[in-house]
Ligand binder design. Structure first.
Ligand code: ADP
Ligand code: MN
Ligand code: MN
Ligand code: MN
Length: 386
């Protein structure tokens, strides 16, 4: 890990004096976007004369793409196009956070520079979601993450050694079991204030590892909400002087990795006898296992190779399997769903650092579109010139 600033140690009581100053009816709007790594988040803030009431009240803006691994050549001005607005839990009303898409000088989607990601995932995702919208597809994603101290070691782990083996930590309580709960509770409140559809949270199997869930969200909203929930997590951690990593296997050995289980349902699956539609979807997923693995982490499956070993409540990366209540399978049908014969299924393969747009897009396309309906996976001529 790179070196970490100690600005969390600045005096927060002094800060509070300024935070409570009136701001003359003006609104601070923080624009948030995904950078050229496909994993990093960036943000910058400007003043609007009035509190925006909808996304349409927030103007486009721009930034220097050459400093975010996003620009090409001498055309480094990039457009920020607002797509979803939230309340700002750090500076409070009337201030806003706004998630943006990034467009290049020619108003085409910015390319993510990582070699596996040749298209703008939000664009492709919204195209797929538009095609399947009559199915009212819901997603719920379980974001696992690991807290690191400023030394780059998992937060509160002994410097020269390890905590006791896994067992007491999952959903644990007490200073001997729960490492860093302040971060989790503050992030939860921040999500609720912001308007994130946060479903819940729990301590994970490895000490300093936690999870929050977002959803159910329909279509493109899943990716939008999870990206902003991740921004809130990193921002809360900054206040506390710790770092949240989404690395899918931060500690080698007998320590659980971190995933981003993705729960999925369509209207048909949620209705009486919907289990037959769940089974149909699972069959299609089984036929497309390799393509899904390539989309489930930012390095085309390489990150997940460290995590999907078949141990530690995972399936093996090269096998596809499904089962009721089976946490060692690629796809799990929750027990209650098996009993009620309707509901949703869980894809356990996505890594913690996945792009939720890529994950939800390929799930929707595989389960609901015929191959000829699928949005071009290869670059079109137009995109090649990007
Ligand atoms: P697990 O038992 O796998 O740990 P969690 O309780 O952590 O499950 O997460 C459950 C997830 O399932 C939540 O994100 C929730 O939004 C999502 N979910 C619940 N019902 C549905 C549904 N009908 N369709 C899609 N997602 C759903
Ligand atoms: Mn969970
Ligand atoms: Mn979990
Ligand atoms: Mn799960």
């Amino acid at each position: 890990m790179a070196s970490v600033s100690i600005s969390s140690q600045l005096n927060k009581a002094v800060r509070q004096q300024y935070m409570s100053l009136p701001q003359g009816g003006k609104s601070q709007v923080t624009y948030i976007w995904i950078d050229g790594t496909g994993e990093g988040l960036r943000n910058k803030t400007r003043t609007l004369d009035q509190e925006p009431s909808t996304i349409l009240d927030i103007p486009e803006w721009n930034f220097d793409g050459s400093s975010t691994y996003q620009a090409e050549g001498s055309n480094s001005d990039m457009y920020l196009v607002p797509v979803r607005m939230f309340r700002d839990p750090f500076t409070h009303d009337p201030n806003k956070l706004v998630l943006c898409e990034v467009l290049k000088y020619n108003r085409l989607p910015a390319v993510i520079l990582c070699i596996y990601l040749e298209t703008n995932h939000r664009r492709r995702c919204s195209e797929v979601m538009e095609k399947v919208k009559e199915h009212c597809m819901w997603f719920g994603m379980e974001q696992e993450y690991t807290l690191l101290g400023i030394d780059g070691h998992p937060y509160s782990w002994p410097l020269n050694g390890f905590p006791g083996p896994q067992g007491p930590y999952y959903c644990g309580v007490g200073a001997d079991n729960a490492y860093g709960r302040d971060v989790v509770e503050c992030h939860y409140k921040a999500c609720l204030y912001a308007g994130i559809n946060i479903y819940g949270t729990n301590a994970e199997v490895m000490p300093s590892q936690w999870e929050f869930q977002v959803g159910p969200c329909e279509g493109i909203e899943m990716g939008d909400q999870l990206w902003v929930a991740r921004f809130l997590l990193h921002r809360v951690c900054e206040d506390f002087g710790v770092v949240a990593t989404l690395d899918p296997k931060p500690m080698k050995g007998n320590w659980n990795g971190a995933g981003c289980h993705t729960n999925v349902s369509t209207k048909q699956m949620r209705e009486e006898d919907g289990l037959q539609f769940i089974e149909k979807a699972i069959e299609k997923l089984g036929q497309n296992h390799a393509a899904h693995i390539r989309s489930y982490d930012p390095r085309g499956g390489k990150d997940n190779m460290r995590r999907l070993t078949g141990l530690h409540e995972t399936s093996n990366i090269s096998d596809f399997s499904a089962g009721v209540a089976n946490r060692g399978a690629s796809i799990r049908i929750p027990r209650q769903v098996g009993q009620e014969r309707k509901g949703y299924f869980e894809d356990r393969r996505p890594a913690a650092n996945c792009d939720p747009y890529a994950v939800t897009a390929i799930i929707a396309a595989t389960c609901l579109l015929e191959p000829e309906q699928e949005v071009e996976k290869q670059d079109t001529e137009e995109e090649k010139s990007n």
